[in-house]
Design a protein around this ligand. Sequence first.
Ligand code: HEM
Length: 216
Amino acid sequence: MSSNLAAKLQIGTQEAHTNAEHTDFMRRFLKGAVDKNTFGKLLGNLYYIYNQLEAELRCYQNHPWISPIYFPKLNRTASLEQDLTFFYGENWRDKITPTAAAQAYISRIRELSAIEPVLLIAHAYTRYMGDLSGGQMLKTISESALGLENDRGVSFYEFKEIKDLSDFKAKYRAGLDSVEVDEDLADKIVEEANIAFNLNIQLLRELEKSLVAVVN
Ligand code: HEM
C-alpha cells in the first residue's frame, strides 16, 4: 500500500520551497550574480553536509525505511571533492571549514541518526530532489556566471550515472511512496523536511553577506 509520502512531502514543503527560492541569495544567483569565492563557500559547506548525510544513510541502507530511497548514484561527496579541488587546489581541506549554519545542519543530521534515523528520509529528499530539479538550473547559471567549461567546478550538479533525470525523479517518488510509514510518521517526516528547508535557508542567508561584499 502506498504511503503517498512523495505527494505529502511535495505539498507539505511548498511554502518552505517558495521561501528558499525567494532568499536574496537565490534571487541573485538566478540573475547570475555569483562569484567564485561565494560559490566555493557554498560547495565547501555542502561538502560537510553531504559527507555526514551520506555516511548516515550508508549505515541504515538496509533498514526497511531507508532502503527504498537509498541510491548510491545520488551520492555527492566525491563530486564535491572534485569541485573543491578545482576551486581551492589539492590542499582544499586546509582551506575550508564549515560555517555556523553548516555546523547546525550537520548536528541535526547526526542527532537524527542517533535518535530517529527514519527522519533522515526528509533530509535525503530535500537535498537530492532539489539537486535533481532546481539544481540543474543553478548548474547552467554557475557555468555562465563563473566562466566554467566542461563541467569543471560544477560536477556537484552532474549526475553522470543517471541518464534521464525526470525518470529518476519518478523512481525516487515511487521509492518514497513505498516506505511503509503510518500517517503520524509521514507527518513527522514532512515536519522534518521543513526543518531541512530551514537549515538550507540559514545556509543561504549566511552566504548573502559574502555576495553583498562582492556583488552589490
Ligand atoms: C532558486 C532556487 C530554486 C529553484 C529555481 C528551484 C526550482 C525547482 C523546480 C522547478 C522544481 C520542480 C521540478 C519538478 O517537479 O520536476 C523544484 C523541486 C524541488 N526543489 Fe527546488 N528550486 C530552488 C531551490 C531549492 C532549494 C534551496 C531546495 C532545498 C535545498 C530545493 C528543493 C527542492 C525539492 C525537494 C524539490 C522536489 C519537490 C517535489 O517534487 O517533491 N529547491 N525546485
